[in-house]
Design a protein around this ligand. Structure first.
Ligand code: GNR
Ligand code: NI
Length: 170
């Protein structure tokens, strides 16, 4: 098991579109385990491979209160969506920023599990939000992309300034 480093906005590699996982083998399962370890340590409720600079389509999440309901989605696809709801979102790759984002309220997802078997699942609430947020990462998209240009530029300036500050004091 190992803790992986999480890329932070505006790192250009967060913009890479991930490719499908070709086969769910031991290498992929090791990566899944490392993603869980990194997500729980952060702590976060979800983590996409893109955030740890691996550009393959897999993500992990656990939206339970007790952090004991781990879920893994490999090659996830949203096959149905309906409704709309605004939820306050945050992102481990955009630390300190929380904004209301509108997403589909109900989704149906198809993916492969850690065992390589295909499954389908209906999701709503925080689980639906998190799945959509993580699949966006796999497509090189961040939640701040849904904000107005002005708001995003302001955030970016603030974040880059804070990062420069960290790099001189670290
Ligand atoms: O830990 C996280 N919390 C969160 C809260 C609301 C909506 C989405 C998220 S995902 C985030 C972890 C993360 O950045 N995953 O990509
Ligand atoms: Ni995120």
């Amino acid at each position: 098991m190992s803790l992986l480093k999480i890329l932070e906005y505006p790192h250009p590699r967060l913009r890479i579109k991930a490719v499908p996982v070709a086969a769910v083998n031991d290498t992929i399962r090791q990566l899944v385990d490392d993603l869980f370890e990194t997500m729980y340590a952060a702590p976060g409720i979800g983590l996409a491979a893109t955030q740890v600079d691996v550009h393959q389509r897999l993500l992990v999440l656990d939206v339970s209160d007790d952090q004991n309901e781990s879920m893994c989605f490999i090659n996830p696809e949203i096959i149905a969506r309906d409704g709309a709801e605004i939820t306050e979102e945050g992102c481990l790759s955009v630390p300190g920023v929380y904004e209301g984002i509108e997403r589909a309220q109900h989704i149906r997802v198809r993916a492969l599990g850690r065992d390589g078997n295909s499954f389908e699942m209906d999701a709503e609430g925080l689980l639906a939000v998190c799945i959509q947020h993580e699949i966006d990462h796999l497509d090189g998209k961040l939640f701040v992309d849904y904000l107005s240009e002005l708001k995003r530029q302001r955030l970016k300036k603030k974040i880059v300034k804070a990062q420069k500050q960290t790099s001189v004091t670290a």
